[in-house]
Ligand binder design. Structure first.
Ligand code: ADE
Length: 236
């Protein structure tokens, strides 16, 4: 059994290139992600982009050609940072509002990779040539603009991390939840725990019946109704 475990234990490596490495210290040191790091299923390293600048004051950005407001992250410095950690098989990801919309299907695909490198943009932009030469995938969380790629990286990282076998103890809880199966995207059915009566609301009778077949059917029904009501766009 131990041998089986050793052979099949999957490990993922995340590298994060950022101007704010401290931004990640608390989120990576809590809960599920922390446990995965302690259990050596996840290996996460942050790289301070400034360390790759040889300019006075460790400058990493410059004004845009053609004029305009804001500063642009320099392609040569970003490239040096990426090359410090890139290996064959690494996937370089740039969180950016113009990227591919992030969803569970994309997270599932990314969770099969061994090494992801996140490049966190900041300020007003990233030189186009760096994107063309070194970025494999730009990902957007949604149609809004964050201050930079750090918060987006955390969201993407956490979504992927919990899909790696062994990160969540109970794999069944992954299978039943919203968005988990790409063929049936339903919101999760309502869940209840003790007390049986809370304020004026009682737990649905069927959940106390002990009839697991009926309960299963009821949950699917509830999930379909809830999805129809709240997210009809998810249904075929
Ligand atoms: N960086 C800034 N805004 C973003 C967004 N909406 N998604 C991903 N990365 C971003």
């Amino acid at each position: 059994r131990v041998f089986f475990y050793l052979v099949y234990k999957r490990k993922m490596k995340f590298d994060i290139i950022t101007l704010f490495p401290d931004y990640f210290s608390s989120p990576l040191n809590e809960s599920l992600v922390k446990k995965a790091i302690v259990n050596k299923i996840l290996d996460i390293t942050t790289y301070d982009l400034r360390n790759y600048s040889k300019l006075p004051h460790k400058q990493v950005d410059d004004s845009p050609y053609g004029g305009g407001a804001g500063m642009i992250l320099k392609p040569d410095i970003l490239t040096k940072a990426v090359k410090a950690t890139k290996k064959t098989g690494s996937l370089v990801i740039l969180p950016d509002p113009s990227g591919k919309k992030f969803d569970q299907d994309l997270a599932n695909k990314l969770s099969t990779k061994e090494h992801l490198i996140f490049v966190c943009g900041r300020y007003e932009g990233v030189d186009q040539r760096f994107r063309e030469k070194y970025v494999d995938l730009e990902i957007s969380l949604g149609d809004y603009v964050l201050g930079g790629g750090e918060a987006a990286t955390l969201v993407i990282l956490e979504t992927i991390a919990r899909l790696i076998p062994g990160v969540i103890g109970n794999t069944e809880s992954l299978e039943n939840e919203s968005f988990s199966q790409s063929d049936s995207k339903l919101l999760e059915y309502p869940q209840y725990t003790r007390p049986e009566i809370f304020e004026d609301l009682k737990v649905p009778e069927i959940l106390l019946s002990g009839n697991h077949q009926k309960i299963k059917k009821w949950r699917i029904q509830q999930a379909i109704e809830k999805t129809k009501r709240l997210r009809p766009d998810l249904l075929p």
